[in-house]
Design a binder for this molecule. Structure first.
Ligand code: SAH
Ligand code: SF4
Length: 342
């Protein structure tokens, strides 16, 4: 029998697994706590299980971990991790320290199939989806390397890949990360960013996750969006914004819209005016991301002046608008600069 990776199992699945081994159901919860809460990498460390149970377990199961191939530190404190998976593929995660939080940006796919014209991850296409274990292990592995007393406070699912096209594995990973017996990252401190897969947005809204949703808008007309985000041909702005309007928001919560500013493409004052109109009536904030350049990129980062003007116009329409600092750009760790290998 092929061994089961415990890091791929939800709490319910671990309970069933315990039962199938002839153990009591509550042992499944204990396993969950060991595997994700205490984050042990070896079954031998599960000291509240009898030696017999541990032996039985080690015949049937193992605990996967990622191999850290490289860690780069940016001059601004951002750190980029390169992990190797069991089949040799590689993914990146980015740790972003701020005064009051420690955010990890995690990947959900090796590469990405969406083909956005401004994104380095999209250049090589999609190799494969990440398994739940590979998504959760990014967080567990980085947490392990932190100095004592330091903990990850926030997770952003904005690394390599389109999370909603790997829906089941990503949602299972979120449930694990959120579980109080596991890493216990609060739902309000988890944000998922999507290029705009409408069915996925609807499904996410019907679930009960209560995480934050960010939508990469990036254009003010369909014509423009079709050119830079091929997914727009399948789910044009009208459908996308309709799904956003229908997305259930708890009291005090907002959607986020990301807008990558590409000089001479989507950053005119007219664009800002159209964005204001498109988002009218949606409880949201807007994050402007001045284009992060990478070798071979066909776009340019706009001047600071034009970024501020874009912000001003939207602020004038009563939106909260933030300009995303490009953290870690010197080590290609900023938005849209992640890829499988150097
Ligand atoms: N696939 C998801 C999440 C990963 S991309 C999505 O597209 O939302 C995360 C964010 O980086 C997106 O908002 C995307 O528009 C932005 N991005 C991609 N390439 C970029 C680049 N070169 N410069 C700035 N932002 C970029
Ligand atoms: Fe994929 Fe997001 Fe990059 Fe588009 S911006 S190619 S969806 S990772």
């Amino acid at each position: 029998m092929k061994q089961v990776d415990l890091r791929n199992l939800s709490i319910k699945e671990l309970e069933d697994f315990a039962l199938a081994l002839g153990l009591q159901r509550y042992r499944g919860r204990q396993l969950f706590h060991w595997v994700y809460g205490k984050s042990v990498d070896s079954l031998d460390m599960m000291t509240d299980l009898s030696r017999e149970s541990r032996e039985l377990l080690s015949e049937k199961a193992y605990i996967s971990k990622l191999c850290e191939v490289r860690r780069q530190c940016s001059s601004d404190g951002t750190e980029k991790f390169l992990f190797e998976l069991e089949d040799g593929h590689r993914v990146e995660s980015v740790l972003i320290p701020e005064e009051d939080r420690l955010t990890l940006c995690i990947s959900t796919q090796v590469g990405c199939g969406m083909g956005c014209a401004f994104c380095l991850t999209g250049k090589g296409g999609l190799a494969r989806n990440l398994k739940t274990s590979e998504i959760v292990n990014q967080a567990l592995s980085v947490q392990k390397g932190l100095p004592a007393g330091k903990n990850l406070t926030n997770i952003v699912i904005m690394g390599m890949g389109e999370p909603l096209s790997n829906y089941n594995n990503v949602v299972k990973a979120i449930e694990i990360l959120n579980n109080p017996l596991g890493p216990a990252i609060g739902a309000r401190r988890i944000t998922l960013s999507t290029a705009g897969l409408v069915p996925g947005i609807k499904k996410l809204g019907e679930g009960n996750l209560n995480i934050n949703l960010a939508i990469s808008l990036n254009a003010s007309t369909d014509e423009q969006r079709n050119l830079i985000m091929p997914i727009n041909k399948k789910y044009p702005l009208k459908n996308l914004l309709e799904a956003c309007r229908e997305f259930p928001l708890r009291k005090g919560r907002m959607l986020s819209f990301e807008y990558v500013l590409l000089d001479g493409v989507n950053n005119s004052p007219e664009d800002a005016g159209r964005v204001a109109k498109l988002l009218k009536g949606i409880r949201c904030k807007i994050n402007l991301i001045p284009f992060n350049e990478f070798p071979g990129a066909q776009y340019k980062r706009p001047s600071e002046e034009s970024v501020l003007r874009f912000q001003e116009i939207l602020t004038g329409h009563n939106y909260s608008v933030f300009i995303r600092k490009s953290r870690g750009a010197d080590i290609l760790a900023a938005c849209g600069q992640l890829r499988e290998e150097e």
